[in-house]
Design a binder for this molecule. Sequence first.
Ligand SMILES: [Zn+2]
Ligand SMILES: [Zn+2]
Length: 245
Amino acid sequence: MKITILGNCGPYPRAYGACSGYLFECGDIKILIDCGNGTMSRLQQKVTNLGELDMIILSHFHSDHISDVMVLRYAIGYKRMNNEIENPIPLYAPSTPKEDFHKLQFKNAFALKSIEENLKVNYKNLTISFKKMNHSIDCYGVMIKNNNEKFVYSADTKYCNQILELSQDADLLLCESTVLEKDKTPTTSHLSAKDAGQIAKKSNVGKLLLTHFWPEYNLEEIHSEASEVFDGNVQLSEEMKTYFI
Ligand SMILES: [Zn+2]
Ligand SMILES: [Zn+2]
């Protein structure tokens, strides 16, 4: 299993950067997880035929995670009309906000499926499950397992038990680390880098891969804050780099 970082900024990109978007692959299986602004262009550097996507997962409806889906639907919709893509691509997303969920459809591009707590999807040799995080709107963390490995994506969340449970014994945790601890307030609906380190430590994670970076930060500070808490493998995700699970 491997994950390619298409974009790692939030809530807006830095110059030449992109927001959240990740291409998960296992053998021939290709799953796009989140599709923030700037990621569709990069996706096509890795997946030349969009019909090869097995599935799309959107963790939640904040623009930095979904805005390029609004144009990806045009590409897939027109290719469906021209019979270049035979079947609608399965797309999993929270069913709320309702109007956002329904806006996703365009010319039958997608087979829309709503994510609910405890939804489990068995797909080929993979098991994909979801857990509701603690964010300002409905947002789901994602776990993908095959026989031997476990990958977890935190999506956007405050520190909560759900992310600890989801991350338990993950080989690789792709974890948001939006803020430095000094800038966190009670209303911040994100993790600090320190929180990410603590989650990795408590959940016995193999490798911590940090993402969803506030574009104004010096990322070395994010890295050192997480490393002070978690003495395992901590890396800052790099755009267009592939990490093996
Ligand atoms: Zn975000
Ligand atoms: Zn968000």
